[in-house]
Design a protein around this ligand. Structure first.
Ligand SMILES: [Zn+2]
Length: 181
């Protein structure tokens, strides 16, 4: 039997250096025209695939809920509530959980509208970020931020447009789409 006959393929989020099954150092193997990381011990190629995540635009007239959180991944710019779905979680359930964790606001999955998918292809990892919108009037509770020195507030779209350095283009674009829809 040749290598190709018993080859298995596995999906990973980040290009690995070692096989997570065997611990062996990986080589490479041509698969469907691309050189992929390959484990010589268990004859598995590793294909890097996007990781799904969710974001939500909570909006009120022409304002959207934004977070100002002191964490490195946000690189000093505002962000939308959201995060990664757990394996047993539907996207809307992930939105509801992340919104509650980050702002203490309570949403009902039935009130979430789908807006768009943002494909973020970063050097190490790629994401498909499913983006939903919900009206502020359909969300319950008072805002309490997850981080002591973090902030969450409704920012008028005009203010965000006037200060584009404080928010990523892709986030501003998604807020605009949510407000139009
Ligand atoms: Zn292996």
């Amino acid at each position: 039997m040749g290598v190709q006959d018993s080859l298995s393929i596995d999906s990973v989020a980040v290009v690995p250096e070692y096989c997570y099954r065997c611990g062996a150092a990986l080589g490479t193997h041509e698969f469907e025209g691309t050189e992929l990381p390959w484990c010589p011990d268990c004859n598995t190629v590793f294909s890097r695939n996007p990781v799904p995540g969710v974001h939500v635009v909570v909006h009120d007239d022409d304002s959207a809920l934004v977070l100002d959180e002191p964490i490195p991944q946000h690189e000093g710019v505002l962000s939308l509530p959201g995060g990664h779905a757990r394996p047993d979680e539907a996207p809307k359930d992930a939105v509801v959980r992340e919104l509650a964790e980050e702002t203490a606001l309570q949403a009902d999955p039935a009130d979430l509208r789908f807006v768009t998918v943002l494909h973020a292809d970063l050097p190490e990892v790629a994401f498909y970020l499913l983006t939903y919108a919900v009206e502020r009037s359909d969300v319950d509770g008072d805002i309490t931020t997850e981080f002591e020195d973090g902030e969450a507030y409704f920012a008028p779209l005009d203010d965000l447009r006037a200060n584009p350095q404080q928010i990523r283009d892709s986030d501003l674009d998604r807020i605009e789409q949510a407000l139009e829809a």
